[in-house]
Design a protein around this ligand. Structure first.
Ligand SMILES: [Zn+2]
Length: 249
């Protein structure tokens, strides 16, 4: 079954570190391939306790958009889960080069547990089982950051944390668009706002756009109400992700 399960929908400091929403990242099953995207704090707990019956030992790959803790805290935990604590050497890990440098996200001993560690570069295509992963150009965030399109039958695009720029939408054409909308209002922070996300959705016109990774301004304004407004305004199916939500493709 092709599906997306949201192991968390929190973004940025307060929503994540007070666990106002969960923060385990995005579980994607597509074309008989399972990939975990941005395993933030709680990824293991949220996958093992999910009503969607998710088995971390079946994960084929882990994709990290960038090294910030709300995206990466459970990286080593999930590598251990995927490899049964290193007993079964398997799985691919995709991550930016600065996640392997000083203060690495993926610890050295854990690199031997997986089949392959792949350093992401901009605008490249990588293979994972039956999926093709196309990275975006380097995004504008305080650390090295890439979005991606996961292609296998359908194409699922993922825009992680970034400052808005006019060309941004160009790397994210696909059937389903997942977009990290941290803030309701435009600000100097290197995160997308609702208004900027609206522009991106308007340009891309996906079949469905799913908003996630919410900060407090989005949560207070009721994410589902904001999504409904965008839907009416744009004529595109827009959904606000909820913790544990399963979206069947
Ligand atoms: Zn970030």
């Amino acid at each position: 079954m092709d599906r997306i399960v949201f192991l968390g929908t929190a973004g940025a400091r307060i929503a994540v570190f007070k666990q106002i929403r969960a923060s385990g990242g995005i579980w994607l099953e597509l074309n008989d391939t399972t990939i975990l995207i941005d395993p933030g704090p709680g990824a293991l707990v949220k996958s093992c306790t999910s009503k969607a019956k998710l088995d971390p030992q079946k994960i084929d790959g882990i994709f990290l958009s960038h090294r910030h803790l709300d995206h990466s805290a459970d990286m080593n935990v999930m590598v251990e889960a995927m490899t049964t604590g290193g007993l079964k050497k398997r799985g691919f890990v995709f991550l930016p080069s600065d996640a392997l440098g000083e203060e690495p996200v993926l610890w050295k001993y854990a690199r031997d547990y997986v089949e392959k560690v792949i350093t992401l570069r901009e605008k490249k295509t990588y293979n994972l089982k039956n999926l093709k992963i196309h990275t975006s150009r380097k995004l504008i965030h305080s650390v090295e950051t890439y979005g991606a399109r996961f292609q296998g039958g359908k194409t699922i695009s993922y825009i992680p944390d970034t400052r808005f720029f006019t060309e941004l939408y160009k790397d994210f054409k696909g059937d389903i668009l997942i977009i990290n909308v941290v803030r309701k209002d435009i600000s100097e922070y290197e995160h997308l706002s609702l208004e900027e996300s609206k522009e991106i959705i308007r340009k891309l016109k996906p079949e469905t756009a799913i908003l996630t990774h919410f900060g407090m301004t989005m949560i207070r304004a009721k994410t589902w109400v904001l999504a409904e407004q965008l839907k009416e305004e744009l004529g595109v199916n827009v959904i606000a992700a909820r913790d544990g939500m399963q979206y069947k493709l």
